[in-house]
Ligand binder design. Sequence first.
Ligand code: FE2
Ligand code: FE2
Length: 294
Amino acid sequence: MKLLDFYNQAVCCGAAADPRRKDKRKISFSDSAILYGDPKLQVKKIMVGIDIEVGDLLLADRVRQREGLDLVLAHHPEGKAYAGLYKVMELQKDLLEQAGVKKESAAKLIDDRIFEVERGVLPQNHTRPVDAARILDLPFMNLHTPADNQVHRYLEDTFKKNISRKCSLEGVVKALNTIEEYRIAGRFDTGPRVILGNPKRPAGKIMLEMTGGTEGPKDAFEKIYRAGIRTLVSMHLSEGHLKKAREANLNVVIAGHISSDTLGLNLLLDKIEKQSGEEFEIISCSGFQRVKRG
Ligand SMILES: [Fe+2]
Ligand SMILES: [Fe+2]
């Protein structure tokens, strides 16, 4: 498969799973890009990792010398995709609205948070790994929200099937542990867990925080609770966010960061393989582990 076709197909799958209600054809992802390499390049063997930095690229260069390699694929954004991360956070407006927060209120909260993330990302050295890929002449791509959208959709479906509002927080953790990526994380003591709330108590209405660039606004928690949400199921949560969630009386289940990101990439790779009829040769690195479904 050509590199550009791979990218376009990932965007297509990402848009299909996107929680926004707008026209899926108009959805693009500012946090995902072909960072280096000829778009016409044939891709078969890929080194996949959650974070790809200069060290991982040097590792990839060794692999290429030993057994050949076509592409390095990261989850977390680098280069222009990192600089553009804040733009995908628009998606969170829809998530808040779907949770029951008023449109104007959701827009204000997210706009403030977007500006905060934009300011935070601006001074970073975005291009370092992309520069390394160029020096090594190693094709390099990242897929962020198209993969995170898969996690959102997959967990939404899993919870719909297996969980009622009476289900305990413990039960939510149990449902997550039916998913192979979370079971693997459990073996390394990074599996899903309740970090806020009584594990025996009912989870009530759940909100998923799996996609939308990065953590949302802390000040949304109070509004989410008022809208009827009782439990957040998140990839990760900062200390500041946890404090606000506690003040808002919310329960929090942490699914796991690297395990959730791994799940997203696996679901995306499965879809691309299925739709194209091509199978990739995957070398896992940097926290990623390939798990195939279907
Ligand atoms: Fe992610
Ligand atoms: Fe992540």
